[in-house]
Design a binder for this molecule. Structure first.
Ligand code: A3P
Length: 279
């Protein structure tokens, strides 16, 4: 399918038609109301969103596994900008766990006037690009990525859903949110998940015991999530996500970029990213 058939533009961002609609965006912008105890994970795609959809409910409910064992991730912790939000919003328990790929400036007024808290998860853009490349191969509602060489250009030029990685990171870097926002990296979570969970739970005002942190950490490991049909996307029909091409929970490691970038590609990629981050 052509780019025009797959995506539509929203404030300069390419959004997939399969999962987003003008109606869902208008609902989010005009009708959805944030609550003071909402916890929102913000990510650029392929930075650990689904991981946060596993973590947040468990941190907020003190380690009760019911939501991660009974509700698919997309309804358990809905994307604010997607079509499913309106369908599930009334069933979300409080405090609510939410996710978004939106840049800061596209958050609605109700967000800015609330006390909702944000956990911004950032991942090395080289690993994001690799993960995205495989995701474009399996997700039939996204453009075919072409070759890796071609995809690097698409990624750097922002010709992918939600636009440029650098714009996303920059938009959330300097905010007026004060102590309503915390930053964590995918790499920190890989290195020491219990420590990352402790930081998140403290930030969200949840005083969890070491035992509960360990329990959450074990259920949010890559292996556990790969085995969880409520989180591994195997419930999605193959016509939308073709697991023969790639798994959604693919490798879950830091540094897979080393298996993909040539030294020339690496130099080009790094110089574009650094230049844009400094601008
Ligand atoms: P890879 O493709 O590198 O494996 P998102 O949810 O934002 O789309 O990000 C998907 C990426 O996060 C995939 O990366 C996926 O494997 C990884 N991921 C999801 N859950 C994870 C976990 N528990 N541990 C490590 N990585 C995880």
């Amino acid at each position: 399918m052509s780019i025009q058939e797959l995506y539509f533009m929203h404030h300069g961002l390419m959004l997939p038609k399969e999962t987003h609609s003008q109606e869902s965006l208008t609902y989010f912008a005009q009708q959805f109301t944030f609550k003071g105890d909402d916890a929102i994970a913000v990510t650029y795609p392929k930075s650990g969103t689904v991981w946060m959809q596993e973590i947040l409910p468990l941190v907020l409910n003190g380690g009760d596994l019911t939501p991660i064992q009974t509700i698919p991730n997309w309804d358990r912790v809905p994307w604010l900008e997607e079509k499913r939000l309106k369908v599930v919003v009334d069933q979300l328990p409080s405090p609510r766990a939410l996710v978004t790929h939106f840049p800061y400036e596209l958050m609605p007024q109700s967000f800015f006037s609330s006390k909702a808290k944000v956990i911004y998860v950032m991942r090395n853009p080289k690993d994001v690009a690799v993960s995205s490349y495989y995701f474009h191969q399996m997700a039939t509602f996204l453009e075919d990525p072409g070759t890796w060489e071609e995809f690097i250009d698409k990624f750097l030029e922002g010709r992918v859903m939600f636009g440029k990685w650098t714009n996303h990171v920059k938009s959330w870097r300097h905010t007026e949110l004060g102590d309503r926002i915390m930053y964590i990296t995918y790499e920190q979570m890989i290195q020491d998940l219990p420590a990352a969970l402790r930081l998140m739970s403290d930030f969200l005002g949840k005083n969890l015991s070491d035992e509960v942190i360990e329990k959450i950490s074990s259920h949010c490991s890559f292996k556990s999530m790969q085995a969880n049909i409520m989180s591994n996307f195997t419930l999605v029909p193959k016509i939308y996500m073709n697991s023969d091409k790639s798994q959604f929970l693919r490798k879950g490691v830091v540094g897979d970029w080393k298996n993909h970038f040539s030294s020339k590609q690496l130099a080009h990629f790094s110089s574009v990213i650094y230049k844009e981050l400094e601008a």
